[in-house]
Design a binder for this molecule. Sequence first.
Ligand SMILES: NC(=O)c1ccc[n+]([C@@H]2O[C@H](COP(=O)([O-])OP(=O)(O)OC[C@H]3O[C@@H](n4cnc5c(N)ncnc54)[C@H](OP(=O)(O)O)[C@@H]3O)[C@@H](O)[C@H]2O)c1
Length: 298
Amino acid sequence: MSSNNSGKKFLVIGATGIAGGEVARGLLARGESVRALARDAEKAQPLKDLGAEVAVGDLSDPSTLGPAFDGIDSVFLVTGIVDNAAQNGASAIDASKIAGVSHLVRYSAIGGSLDSPVALGRDHAQTELDVKESGIPYTILRTQTYMQNLLVAAATIASDGAIHLPYRDGRVGMVDVRDIGIFAVELLVRGGEIGKTYTITGPESIDLHQAASAISDAIGKDVNYVDIPPEAAQQALLGFGLSEWLVNQYLAYFEEFASGAADFISDDFEQLMGRKPLSVAEFARDHAVAFSGESAAV
Ligand SMILES: NC(=O)c1ccc[n+]([C@@H]2O[C@H](COP(=O)([O-])OP(=O)(O)OC[C@H]3O[C@@H](n4cnc5c(N)ncnc54)[C@H](OP(=O)(O)O)[C@@H]3O)[C@@H](O)[C@H]2O)c1
């Protein structure tokens, strides 16, 4: 496989997370040369086992970043769901500039704007601006909320056949994160279209009644969507030990979904990849074991 690779060296930031993990594994599967930035080397061991090089560094401490960026051609930049995401993005952009990287793919989110009521949305907009002003050839990838987030409902689907979330009847063009990985790998390996912003959603905008029905078909058991008040979701999330800041980000996103602001789809995935993105029915079938309560895997 290595004879077909692009000859480039990729740095994946956020490689121990959901989206970055898909990208790092996707690049490795194509025989590409991957360095994973990780705060904790142990967390990146599975990627090392697949052939990645691991550089220990923390975006919140720019002095740790130099060796991670040294010799890198292309960067995939994820900043986490953290309260200093914009500063972390700026640190990664600075380090990319110093290292002279030739392509930066910024992993962003739909709905970001400088006056967003969601702190993360403001941070995404700020980092997009910083990327555009950096002078580094860039591509921006904005994505919708993941179908994989539905896996948080696996426990209540197992216990009482229900998804409890405060989306009201809001429809969302939710996307399978596996498609995000496939799309990002394509952008990185091909070099992407410089200066372009891609918007990635699933193939249909669905409400949670439709998601419940797809899961029900996949596992052969009745599953219903139960709309709950935001306050109940807040208590449940705090009960899981999430910080107040993080819970507030989720609540703001839930309100966006409930209001219909995420009720749209984009055909950017199909244009580049030549097929429709995965549907919620395919997602549910592929995760039937987890939704049946036979596995806790997310
Ligand atoms: N969840 C969604 O539905 C969704 C949808 C669209 C866009 N997004 C965006 O996706 C991004 C989060 O990525 P994800 O979904 O893959 O979440 P994730 O699984 O939480 O991954 C976040 C990654 O960022 C890393 N990270 C966090 N702080 C860091 C730091 N200071 N230095 C170095 N690495 C750091 C984490 O490393 P550790 O393993 O060390 O924690 C992890 O690898 C956010 O920007 C979010 O807005 C999410």
